[in-house]
Design a protein around this ligand. Sequence first.
Ligand SMILES: Nc1ncnc2c1ncn2[C@@H]1O[C@H](COP(=O)(O)OP(=O)(O)OP(=O)(O)O)[C@@H](O)[C@H]1O
Ligand code: SF4
Ligand SMILES: [Mg+2]
Length: 382
Amino acid sequence: MAGFELASGGPLLSVRDLRVRFVTERGAVNAVNDVSFDLHEGETLAIVGESGSGKSVTAKTLMNLLPRTARVSGEVRFDGQDVRALASCGAKHFFGVQMTMVFQDPMTSLNPVKKVGEQIAEGLRYHLGRSRGEALSEAENLLADVGVPEPGRRVSQYPHELSGGLRQRVVIAMALSCRPRLLIADEPTTAVDVTVQRRLLDLLDGLRRDRGMAMILITHDLGVARGRADEVAVMYAGRIVETADAGTLFGDMRHPYTEALMRSIPRIDDPVHHRLDPIPGRPPELIDPPDACAFAPRCRYARHDCHDGVPELSGSVGMHRFACLHPTGAERGQAALAANRAAHSSSRDGDGGKDGSGNSGKPDRGEKPDGGSGKPDDGGSG
Ligand SMILES: Nc1ncnc2c1ncn2[C@@H]1O[C@H](COP(=O)(O)OP(=O)(O)OP(=O)(O)O)[C@@H](O)[C@H]1O
Ligand code: SF4
Ligand SMILES: [Mg+2]
């Protein structure tokens, strides 16, 4: 590794107050807002959220892969080093060596007219100075490590000769070739068949453990995070709305959006079959977002005060934090849910929806936020 030295101690990756805006003809897209998290050596952070929530933009910011239209502020430190400063002074042996990324579609990372062995060998030659022969031999070993059968034959094949699952394994081999300390896997299995997904996720998890590597696993599926992540950050409309260690998040989720995700998404590795409830409505526009909780129009717990500013993500980084005024599982949340149900059933003359909220997110200003029983009910947890 050339060009810089790494410090030691503290988290491997520390992100503080990250903001990303894209300048467009329609206005500024507020893609990432005030995102802060830590990731420790050898741990997995899952970033979970619906399409457009800012997961990939966050990852691309870390990897210095944003287009010129992006305006970035905030701090990113990798083992104490300022990553944004490294990016601007051209640390070519940092990105792709210490920190690498696997994209959703393997074909965006593979050159269709180059043999896969040569493509894996390229990084080893460029970053680590291996000879061509050494690099090709390492490429073959890497293909074996990622479970590609007959690696000696596969090194001489072109990407189109491989199945989608094998192509993604090749991309994983490329990302691992220089033994990164952090791998960012952005929806690494969405381009492959559902039966291949779990095997690839388990492979990634196993490789991470074997190599003591840290991983950011980006997914829209909370079920993928379960059992594979140490920490989970749930993103909505460019913000982290809830984050905790995985045990706390799955056992004691507090944000209504996390709960809604849990109820809405089929989980490929959950043996228990849950009834699926799609989240009503759509995520908000990120140009000119309202000064309110962005989830309010879709939230069955929403009360009038949810429109009085963006709720803060309270607590310290590394602890259970959530940005909600009426958290699920809390007395205040149950009261809001009950009041919304009562208001909905009286306004609809008993013809309520599944949850009775109406999901307008705008209860009458005169309604009391604590008008319910305060007791948990059947809709209270995912
Ligand atoms: N280059 C760009 N210019 C303008 N807006 C952009 C650009 N790239 C991303 N965005 C916007 O930023 C927001 C966040 O996008 P991002 O790709 O991070 O979403 P995501 O959470 O990864 O979604 P998905 O699950 O669909 O991959 C979206 O509204 C997207 O349209
Ligand atoms: S209860 Fe209010 S603050 Fe909490 S998620 Fe719903 S709308 Fe947002
Ligand atoms: Mg994405």
